[in-house]
Design a protein around this ligand. Sequence first.
Ligand SMILES: Cc1cc2nc3c(=O)[nH]c(=O)nc-3n(C[C@H](O)[C@H](O)[C@H](O)COP(=O)(O)OP(=O)(O)OC[C@H]3O[C@@H](n4cnc5c(N)ncnc54)[C@H](O)[C@@H]3O)c2cc1C
Length: 357
Amino acid sequence: MAHSLVGKDLRILIVDRRAPVKGSSLASTAMIQHEIDVPLHALQKSIGIRKAQRVWQRSAGAVEQLAQIVRDLDVKCSFQRKRSLFLAGEEYGARALKAECEARNEAGICAEFLSVASLRERFQISRTAAIDSAISASANPAQLTAGILRNALIHGTEIVSGVEIKDIRTFDEGVVLSTSEGALLSARHVVFCTGYEFLEALANKSQKVISTWALASRPKLKRPEWLDRYLVWEGSDPYLYFRSTRDGRIVLGGEDEAVEGAYKNEAKRERKTKMLVEKLADLTGIAIGKPEFEWSAAFAVTPDGLPMIGSVPNMRNVFVTMGFGGNGITFSQIAAELISGEILGHHDADWDLFPIS
Ligand SMILES: Cc1cc2nc3c(=O)[nH]c(=O)nc-3n(C[C@H](O)[C@H](O)[C@H](O)COP(=O)(O)OP(=O)(O)OC[C@H]3O[C@@H](n4cnc5c(N)ncnc54)[C@H](O)[C@@H]3O)c2cc1C
């Protein structure tokens, strides 16, 4: 496949090792949240108030930007604007959620604190508190990706699957990549957005790969009316998260484990699926029954919960995005804005927000 690229002078080339498989699916549960895994008031303590506010504002902006792209390109992907319900949990209780609400409102990101009583009255959920906020969304991730790639294709981008990049060398005038077939590709700039996998040359100790589990119910499942307007997650570690889909499925996930290969264990998958189903029933009364789909996957996290987006140290014109955690879609949008700006010479004021440590 790579041989068909030899000698071509392309403006943008997207290369992926995987060949598309009909009927295959993506791991992502596609909750497109402006809320990142580390609450704002906690992030402020680790990176400072102003910087933490910029991270959260950028994240909220990325969701809006993605919604705009879906609208402009008319991508058919069941994209729905959603509110978000963040429940008090073992890690962040009512007091922390109160502080979180204040921090968000100070940053201009609207959030409403719900007491135990109003949470029960509006959502029939028993927790000590919650935060109700707007600016989130959900979508079918495969259709969203395909729609955006299709548009890139129309505008001259070449997309090649089944080509694995094996190594990388930088030179004054550009970057050379070698493929598993032994072909060489040269480029002025290269962006590695390879999810949770990395070439050895790009490995970064700050990124830790863990395991996570998810499932989807059958369609038209009986569920509370409010759930179709909300994404739900909780202040626990690991946290349970769930949403509904247009065809009335419940998609939920969590039960993360800090072991890289644990997700491959079939028996564990069965146990984790059962636990997810039980947790949802305890919290909401929703009875999933036997899930129609269940899956597990690798997942990469960083100590401060922020992704790393930037230039690869000592590699001129090579950029990388990594450590996306549970917000890969929102962070990808931010990465696309920051990195494309840098390549096109429009340096973004937020370029330093997600440093490669
Ligand atoms: C179970 C689960 C649930 C999730 N839920 C959510 C969610 O609700 N919301 C959210 O925002 N995020 C979620 N995420 C995270 C999100 O899905 C990912 O962060 C996001 O898909 C990353 O997209 P990506 O394009 O960067 O990487 P990927 O989708 O992983 O794509 C990377 C691609 O790079 C290719 N590749 C890798 N190495 C090479 C190489 N050497 N040569 C050629 N190709 C290569 C791979 O084949 C792959 O296709 C979830 C993740 C998991 C696992």
